[in-house]
Design a protein around this ligand. Structure first.
Ligand SMILES: CC(C)(COP(=O)(O)OP(=O)(O)OC[C@H]1O[C@@H](n2cnc3c(N)ncnc32)[C@H](O)[C@@H]1OP(=O)(O)O)[C@@H](O)C(=O)NCCC(=O)NCCS
Length: 179
């Protein structure tokens, strides 16, 4: 699809219900891509979603970013990603998801850029994530953005334990900056 007019923002403390909705949509649509089950997420109390949104809305420990369709009413959410700090200088990306109706429109790229810009703001040196082995579309997506598969070391080993591949890229990879 043609590049989509998308705006991305950091989660706010009031976004607990929206975060819950986005996670349930992600886990319903692509259950095989994530480590959490839909049932577990659905059973999580509202207070925990509110606490998660609040914790991720400020500071440099964790941040969720939410993508909205800027061409619609700006309230339609079309994607989400979580990025966490692993001190001192590694950003960990989780829970990346884009609504299937707008895939291949650049939303994922903009979400990863927002996550990485945030990580750069506190001095991250590299970005690490895990992708379920066999999730070829996601692997190709991350490779397009400059990530490479990690063969050895603790991140590769911890991923292998649950059937996932670790991927890494430097915070300023040129490939990532390409439009
Ligand atoms: C992976 C995912 C996040 C990509 O989001 P997206 O918004 O479609 O990605 P973008 O449009 O920004 O893609 C950027 C580039 O990545 C590559 N890419 C994206 N999806 C791809 C696919 N299915 N196959 C091959 N390359 C792909 C392309 O080079 C693309 O650029 P192009 O469309 O101009 O060729 C999305 O497919 C998704 O949510 N999948 C289900 C959940 C999931 O697997 N999450 C990852 C968990 S680790």
């Amino acid at each position: 699809m043609p590049a989509m007019d998308v705006c991305v923002r950091r989660i706010t403390a009031a976004d607990g219900p929206l975060l819950r909705e986005l996670r349930l949509r992600s886990l319903s649509e692509a259950p095989e891509a994530f480590g959490q089950s839909l049932a577990d997420a659905a059973a999580r109390p509202d207070a925990e979603w509110r606490a998660e949104a609040k914790a991720a809305s400020q500071g440099d420990r964790r941040a969720w970013f939410i993508a909205h369709d800027a061409g619609a009413d700006r309230t339609t959410s079309v994607g989400v990603v979580l990025v966490r700090r692993r001190p001192p200088d590694v950003a960990l990306v989780f829970s990346m998801w884009v609504d299937p109706q707008v895939r291949r429109g650049g939303v994922g790229r903009v979400l990863i850029r927002a996550a990485t810009d945030w990580a750069a703001s506190w001095g991250a040196d590299r970005v690490v994530l895990w992708v379920v082995a066999g999730n070829e579309p996601a692997i190709r997506f991350y490779q397009r953005l400059g990530f490479t598969l990690v063969d050895s070391g603790p991140d590769a080993e911890s991923g292998r334990a649950y059937g996932a591949l670790a991927m890494v890229r430097g915070i300023t990879a040129e490939a990532f900056r390409a439009p």
